[in-house]
Structures are given as structure tokens and as C-alpha cells.
Write a protein that binds this ligand. Sequence first.
Ligand code: OAD
Length: 232
Amino acid sequence: MTGAPAIVVLTGAGISAESGLGTFRDTDGLWARFDPMRLATPEGFAADPAAVLDFYNARRANARNSGPNAAHFALARLETCKPGELLIVTQNVDDLHERAGSRAVIHMHGELARALCAACGARWEAPPVMRPEDPCPACGRPATRPDVVWFGEIPYRMEEIAAALAGCRSFVAIGTSGQVWPAAGFVEEARAAGARCLELNLERSEVSDRFHEVRLGRATDLVPAWVAEVLA
Ligand code: OAD
């Protein structure tokens, strides 16, 4: 992408909810059923790598068996109609934006489809099932982990994201609870830079007050309607 995108869209688990992938903090969400400190921290991985890999193997399988929904497709259509003007920053580790056709996507929390060597930092395509004894293809050590960002780790590509937020005219957050930083602070950065800020979510988030406008409803209704407005 050359120059700053006019529109930055931040997506969270809520955009993939209607594809059948669970959110984290809803009543039946992943973090209500699983302990994030055991399954999404470097310490949890060091204590029980098999449990952590199993958790992500199951999520990888769920993502593979689901598909993009109308909200993902609407964002892909927006990019096609306005090439170079849209950047999606997603907290999601699934690949539903790409499978809908989006190309300008930053996975700030990593991707289920990628593996990372905790020993040497090499990255490669994750097999469907990762096991603790799998050797790293670069250094050979059995230290492979999913290439996802855990609590206590720094999200990816933060400089690029900051530059995009500083230069955009419009910031839209979709399906995210605003409880996890630094993503929860993006609205403040975009607003300070003069962008109009819109939240599309099932319910008000922790940071709804910071947006110029909040629309409540399902992503599959709200996102296609908003895209139609932008393209009208
Ligand atoms: P959360 O589970 O915290 O929030 C999901 C949001 O989506 C909530 O505000 C819901 O109201 C909303 N939602 C649910 N269904 C929806 C629908 N059909 N349409 C629109 N909105 C809907 O998920 P995130 O905000 O994405 O990080 O969580 C952020 C990060 O916390 C994740 O990336 C993950 C997690 O811990 C890591 O694992 C590092």
C-alpha cells in the first residue's frame, strides 16, 4: 500500500462470530470456558506445551471448517472498489478476511496458519496439527509454537498501524469489546489525528464513548449496510 489508507478498520472476534467462531468475552466465550493464563501466555506454554498446542489445533480446525460471512465479504468488496484506500487491522487469528478476498490485512495478534520457533524465531506455515516434539525446520529444536501473540507479548506491526491511524480520515471498529490494549486505544489515536470514528458492535464496548457514532447490531447486518453507504 502506498501512502496512508483513508479508512482503517479494526476487527475483533465479533466479526467472525456469525461464521461460528467463538468470541472471547461473551457469556459462552472462549475465556469463560478456558483459562487464558494457561493457554495464551508464554508461561502457560512453558508449563504445558501440549495443552496450549491442542487448544490452538482445535481453533485452527474450527477456522478451517468455517467460512467468511457477509461482513467479511462486504469489507473485501470495499477494498476492491476503493483500491489502496482501506486497511484492515485485525485482532483475529483466523484467515476469514483473506478467504473473503481482502488483501490489505494486518494480523496484529498473529495467525493460526503460521508457526513460530520459540528458540530461533523462524516462521513457517503451520501444519493442521502441531505437536510439542515437532522440530523447527530452521534450527531443529522442538520449540515450535503457534505464531500468535499472547498476553504479555507485543502485537505485530505496531509502527505501520500507528502510521495508518495517524493518516486516516475514517476509523471503524467492528466486533471488538475494547478490553484489550493496545487495540482498545486505536480510537483515541485516530480521533486525535482528526479521523471520524464509528463503532459497529453487538453491544456497547468499553470504549464506545470515544467514538463519534456507535451502531449496535450484528456484524452481518451492520457491515454490509455501512459499506453500501461508503460506496453510494
Ligand atoms: P471479545 O470476545 O472481547 O469481544 C467480542 C465483541 O464482539 C463483543 O463486544 C461482542 O459484543 C461483539 N459481538 C459478538 N457477536 C457479534 C456479532 N455477531 N456482530 C457484531 N459484534 C458481535 O473479542 P475481541 O475484542 O476480539 O487476544 O478480543 C480481543 C483480544 O482478546 C483477542 O484478539 C484475543 C483475546 O484475548 C489474544 O488472544 C492475544
